[in-house]
Design a protein around this ligand. Structure first.
Ligand SMILES: Nc1ncnc2c1ncn2[C@@H]1O[C@H](COP(=O)(O)OP(=O)(O)OP(=O)(O)O)[C@@H](O)[C@H]1O
Ligand SMILES: [Mg+2]
Length: 365
């Protein structure tokens, strides 16, 4: 059994940064857990605490039924793959993979079996005699994975292992890592700030923000029912549209909202949940002035602002930010309205998300 349990884990760095403010988490035996969140939210800190590379200020970390707070990294039976998986440049691929086992005094025939097995799984057998500089980025990444696999640890820890690779290779390696983990069934914790990676890899997804957990759940459950506006705008690309709603309506006479809103609220609609010119019985209908179009092939993103009945527009944007009131609509295919055109979009009632003004999820009424 090699589950990982965190009980009210906290980390304050010397100097007073509260990097982790109390996290509870259970990763079941053989599960793939992904920690996702923006830069500085504490992902690496949490992972390094599980690895034993950072001390734990408060709380308990338990690996396979044993509290490891006071246990040295080398004795925790974990293997870590980092973003900068520095391979030893003067050693062959074989020796890079064998190195850790030799240090532990593993018998030579056993080392040979493990290295060759891992090489076969990773399809790098023909590369075993090469030096790292004779490998592509993706091949080096495989060797780094190989080093972790030969250890046969209870737990794999990954810290953004793909972020040095180009976009295409990232996707390919993402699929490889998932297949590998399914095959080895080793409990894994994987850190990324890429929501696509998080969605596709995770059995359980942990969305972090400011040293705390915003939401834990299965990726699709989180996508369908984000607990907070933070999660709503972090998971999903383009992000969920968020509109302020007053108790007496949307504030724009051209728009209609046919749900009851208990006081001031924030209304969320995913870009793909809008339809063009549809009527939305018991839902939301907006009039938009189209101000930008992005065609990415299989789909098209329409950016629009909500015109006022008097002809003025409701928004002013800060540079680099989606202006308040700007709406993104995701349409299938390449067809799109023209820039400057006024369009009507609507979303069905069961597609609407309602949040409190503080950003917590509420049931739409
Ligand atoms: N050794 C350290 N001493 C003091 N503060 C630190 C130290 N390491 C990290 N921090 C701070 O702790 C917070 C969390 O850092 P951490 O590296 O865990 O973030 P992260 O989520 O991994 O971010 P990124 O996505 O950029 O890697 C940040 O505010 C960071 O500045
Ligand atoms: Mg980090």
């Amino acid at each position: 059994m090699s589950n990982v349990v965190l009980r009210d884990v906290k980390k304050t760095y010397p100097g007073g940064v509260d990097a982790i403010k109390g996290i509870n988490l259970e990763v079941g035996d053989g599960q793939f857990c992904v920690l996702v969140g923006p830069s500085g939210c504490g992902k690496s800190t949490l992972l390094r605490m599980v690895a034993g590379l950072e001390t734990i200020t408060d709380g308990e970390i338990d690996i396979g039924g044993r509290v490891v707070n006071e246990i040295e990294p080398a004795d925790r039976d974990i293997a870590m793959v980092f973003q900068n998986y520095a391979l030893y440049p003067h050693m062959s691929v074989y020796n890079n993979m064998a190195y850790g086992l030799r240090n532990r005094g593993t018998p030579k025939p056993e080392i040979d079996t493990r290295v060759r097995e891992a090489a076969q799984i990773l399809e790098i057998t023909p590369l075993l005699d090469r030096k790292p500089r004779q490998l592509s980025g993706g091949q080096r990444q495989r060797v780094a994975m190989g080093r972790a696999i030969v250890r046969q640890p209870k737990v794999f820890l990954f810290d953004e292992p793909l972020s040095n690779l180009d976009a295409k290779l990232r996707v390919a390696m993402r699929v490889e890592i998932r297949k590998l983990q399914r095959r080895l069934r080793t409990t894994s914790i994987y850190v990324t700030h890429d929501q696509m990676e998080a969605m596709t890899l995770a059995d359980i997804l942990v969305v972090m923000n400011g040293g705390q957990v915003e939401q834990i759940g299965k990726p699709l459950d989180i996508y369908k029912k984000p607990a907070t506006t933070f999660v709503a705008s972090f998971i999903g690309a383009p992000p969920m549209n968020l509109l302020s709603v007053a108790a007496n309506g949307l504030g724009e006479p051209l728009d209609t909202l046919q749900i009851k809103v208990p006081g001031d609220a924030i209304l969320g609609i995913r870009p793909e949940d809008f339809v063009l010119a549809g009527t939305a019985p018991q839902g939301l209908a907006l009039e938009l002035m189209v101000d930008a179009i992005e065609r990415v092939g299989a789909e098209t993103y329409v950016y629009g602002t909500r015109p006022r009945a008097d002809g003025g527009l409701t928004v002013s944007a800060k540079p680099g930010e989606l202006p308040p009131g700007e709406i993104i609509v995701r349409l299938p295919g390449e067809a799109a309205p023209a820039i400057g055109e006024r369009i009507k979009v609507s979303a069905a009632r069961d597609k609407l998300h309602l949040f409190s003004p503080g950003g917590r999820s509420r049931m739409a009424g």
